[in-house]
Design a protein around this ligand. Structure first.
Ligand code: HEM
Length: 190
């Protein structure tokens, strides 16, 4: 049967599935890259890694905007009836928080390079110069946004870990198909 691009009443379509895993993989890679680059002793290597981190961050921001737009026009299928009342209420809140972090985190990174007095331009994948956000440069603003970026990155990673744990619980303990429906797309007519 032909895979459907859109979500159906019971399943996710392939566009949602591709965006979900693409963003998830880049997010985890981006977190590890951020962690490593600020601890790299060689200034030259650190510089190259930070440029890559900025490029991937802008890519993630674009993908997450696309994902939110797609989600607004394409309702998610409801949870299976076996899911308890507490999780039925908490899951949408956790998902909303995940979306909020995915927007706030790259924006805080963008803010931090925008206010930096070093004035190093951001060139996503060497393709074009990304304009800075209209924020005043200062060392105090840079240290504020660096802290904000740090807190958002670690809180976001904790939320992702919770999300992964919840998905694994559904798959291995509850065996209710909540994880598999984010792997196999809906079919036309389903
Ligand atoms: C979802 C996207 C992002 C994630 C998960 C992420 C994650 C991180 C992490 C984990 C660190 C290291 C924190 C530490 O251990 O000290 C970091 C640092 C940094 N990030 Fe991001 N980041 C993202 C997006 C961005 C964007 C879009 C930019 C800029 C355009 C950016 C610029 C930076 C910079 C310049 C630093 C170094 C800060 C310092 O000097 O300590 N990040 N990021």
């Amino acid at each position: 049967m032909q895979a459907s691009i859109t979500n159906t009443a019971t399943r996710y379509g392939w566009a949602t599935i591709v965006l979900h895993w693409l963003i998830g993989i880049i997010f985890i890679g981006q977190f590890m890259l951020g962690f490593v680059m600020v601890r790299t002793p060689s200034q030259r290597t650190a510089f190259e890694l930070i440029q890559l981190h900025k490029s991937l961050g802008f890519l993630l921001l674009g993908l997450i905007i696309l994902r939110i737009a797609w989600r607004l026009g394409n309702a998610a299928p409801p949870l299976p009836p076996s899911v308890g009342a507490l999780e039925r209420r908490s899951a949408p809140l956790a998902h909303l928080a995940l979306y909020a972090f995915q927007v706030a985190l790259p924006l805080s990174g963008w803010a931090l390079v925008s206010v930096s007095t070093l004035e190093i331009p951001s060139m996503p994948f060497n393709l074009f110069v990304m304009p800075n956000l209209p924020l005043a440069e200062s060392d105090a603003a840079e240290s504020f946004w660096t802290s904000a970026h740090w807190y958002l990155a670690y809180a976001g990673a904790a939320l992702v870990a919770l999300h992964v744990a919840a998905a694994l619980r559904h798959h291995f303990l509850l065996r209710d198909g909540v994880l598999t429906r984010m792997i196999t797309p809906s079919s036309a007519g389903e």
